[in-house]
Design a protein around this ligand. Structure first.
Ligand code: 5GP
Length: 185
């Protein structure tokens, strides 16, 4: 494993996500701190530059969790604003569904609320979120229908570091298109 120090040439913590994206997109041999390019929150402070995290999901999830409640933007804000391109499967005034950049099945779509409203993770849900939570699940069904997997699909929500949540903007994973195993591991 090669560890890249993110401090070199990084003048602002806000540069770190784009640096990771550039490394990811420009080389198939260079891997960021974990298997996806967006595991670090956009408001990551400079002191985390010294963290030589292992290249695994668990370490990255722990780093992300440390800043989960900071209220800072995540990569999903840039996807909602279309600043970062994504393949959109479904969209309405409240939710956006787009293909996961690192698919774990032939169909792997993320469904997110356009307004996070404190829903960094399902564990933060409050009574005011009932409507959007129902809407997200109905959107997951629409996605399954559009993708032709209504006969068998799985909806997953990773909540917190123990579940390897890496982006702190609530999202439903809609997975299908192959025989899914149980238990999930
Ligand atoms: P979590 O690990 O938090 O449950 O899931 C986050 C998901 O977001 C991961 O499956 C990851 O592949 C996906 N993801 C992270 N960054 C991006 C991105 O820039 N674009 C897309 N389409 N998916 C992303």
């Amino acid at each position: 494993m090669v560890v890249i120090s993110l401090c070199n040439g990084v003048h602002s913590s806000r540069q770190i996500p784009s640096l990771i994206h550039n490394l990811w997109r420009n080389s198939s041999k260079i891997r960021p701190l974990a298997t996806t390019p967006t595991l670090l929150p956009l408001n990551l402070p400079r002191r985390l530059c010294s963290v030589h995290a292992k290249s695994d999901e668990e370490a990255a999830a722990k780093v992300a969790a440390a800043y989960a409640d900071s209220g800072g933007p995540t990569i999903f804000d840039k996807i909602i604003s279309k600043e970062i391109p994504s393949t959109i499967i479904y969209e309405d005034e409240k939710v956006l569904a787009f293909r996961d950049i690192n698919p774990q099945a032939p169909v792997h779509v993320l469904v997110i609320p356009k307004l996070r409203d404190g829903l960094t993770q399902l564990g933060k849900a409050e009574p005011r979120h009932e409507d959007i939570l129902g809407h997200l699940f109905y959107a997951a069904k629409i996605v399954a229908e559009k993708e032709g997997i209504l006969d068998g699909f799985r909806v997953v929500i990773n909540n917190g570091p123990t579940a390897c949540q890496s982006v702190y903007h609530l999202h439903l994973h809609v997975l299908g298109g192959r025989q899914l195993k149980w238990p999930p591991g």
